[in-house]
Design a binder for this molecule. Structure first.
Ligand SMILES: NC(=O)C1=CN([C@@H]2O[C@H](COP(=O)(O)OP(=O)(O)OC[C@H]3O[C@@H](n4cnc5c(N)ncnc54)[C@H](O)[C@@H]3O)[C@@H](O)[C@H]2O)C=CC1
Ligand SMILES: O=C([O-])CC(=O)C(=O)O
Length: 328
């Protein structure tokens, strides 16, 4: 028997990430090739944005996706999020060349308060929320705090792009295929302070750390390359990452919904206190997913360098959260 359609809300649907994301959701890459979806698309109430959204929907129609069971255009989160099972909060103001994240925080804070409240009021009580729009962790924190009637753990932030970037850098360094690398973790904020941690990573079961014990490469090449990749893409493209961000969003939601089979992935999730991170801080952690839920990988040893990196990214996140406290 065919499955009942699920509702997937996407904000910023006419933006560049939206354009790289919607077609893949509709083709079944996110929730499975047997799962029909109804897309509930939100754009700002602006004639140009709504017109562009109509154009994207015309193209979605023209793909004749068998799994696309319905599609709606919205300009109000209160209707866009009605009964939604999944919400991908992409729409926000992207960072331009030279723009600081603090500037973004002020502009985007208001958006995520309103959207959190709307999710609280009208979404499915089990809605899974992924915040992509930057600053993703703090926007997710704002949305979570604005939705007190929904489970806090259902609000997550996207660190999967950092995770995937780190995988590719490790694959290049070791000359091994990406798919062979397991047990990578990225801690903290989706920002240059994130800490990509390959101490536990294995390739075909062998420790990556034992393959090359190169602290200088870790500190001076690997971490800055992964951390500043977003800025490097902006510099090269004149636009922020879109296809790779959409791909990471698909990976994040697919793994959360369908499970990772024991493999670690990175998600930004409200802390449960693990690793001394204060509760509720929206923090990148290694997780495994099963049964439509995620579990933080706990009990990993944290050495002095790692602790220093974790402290740094935590301090940045707490600074961001302090900066939005007046909104909550
Ligand atoms: N977490 C991550 O790893 C990454 C996050 N990003 C972030 O994703 C966001 C979106 O990026 P792009 O698609 O490239 O930007 P874009 O500017 O192409 O599209 C954003 C869209 O969101 C819409 N929008 C703005 N406010 C909205 C609101 N309140 N409700 C609904 N829609 C709204 C805009 O009209 C626009 O169409 C940016 O904040 C960007 O910094 C980008 C790459 C990676
Ligand atoms: O840096 C940006 O503004 C876009 C982004 O989040 C990324 O590519 O990681």
């Amino acid at each position: 028997m065919s499955k009942k359609p699920v509702r997937v809300a996407v904000t910023g649907a006419a933006g560049q990430i939206g354009y790289a994301l919607l077609f893949r959701i509709a083709s079944g890459e996110m929730l499975g090739k047997d799962q029909p979806v109804i897309l509930q698309l939100l754009e700002i109430p602006d004639e140009k944005a709504q017109k562009a959204l109509k154009g994207v929907m015309m193209e979605l129609d023209d793909c004749a996706f068998p799994l696309l069971a319905g599609m709606e255009a919205h300009s109000d989160p209160m209707t866009a999020f009605k009964d939604t099972d999944y919400a991908l909060l992409v729409g926000s103001r992207p960072r331009g060349p030279g723009m600081e994240r603090a500037e973004l925080l002020a502009i985007n804070g208001a958006i995520f308060t309103a959207q959190g409240k709307a999710l609280n009021a009208v979404a499915s009580r089990n809605v899974k929320v992924l915040v992509v729009g930057n600053p993703a962790n703090t926007n997710a924190y704002i949305a979570m705090k604005s939705a007190p009637d929904l489970p806090a753990r259902n609000f997550t932030a996207m660190l999967r792009l950092d995770h995937n970037r780190a995988l590719s850098q490790l694959a290049a360094k070791t000359g091994q295929p990406v798919a062979s690398i397991k047990n990578l973790a990225v801690w903290g904020n989706h920002s240059p302070t994130m800490y990509a941690d390959y101490r536990f990573a294995t390739i075909d079961g062998a420790s990556v750390k034992d393959m090359f014990n190169d602290h200088a490469w870790n500190k001076d090449v690997f971490l800055p390359t992964v951390g500043k990749r977003g800025a490097a893409i902006i510099e090269a493209r004149g636009l922020s990452s879109a296809a790779s961000a959409a791909n990471a969003a698909i990976d994040h939601m697919r793994d959360w919904a369908l499970g990772t089979g024991g493999a670690w992935v990175t998600m930004g999730v409200p802390s449960n206190g693990a690793y001394g991170i204060p509760k509720e801080v929206m923090f990148g952690y290694p997780v495994t997913c099963s049964g439509g839920d995620y579990q933080i990988v706990e009990g990993l040893p944290i050495d002095a360098f790692s602790q220093e990196c974790i402290n740094k990214t935590l301090a940045e996140l707490q600074g961001e959260q302090d900066g939005v406290r007046h909104l909550l």
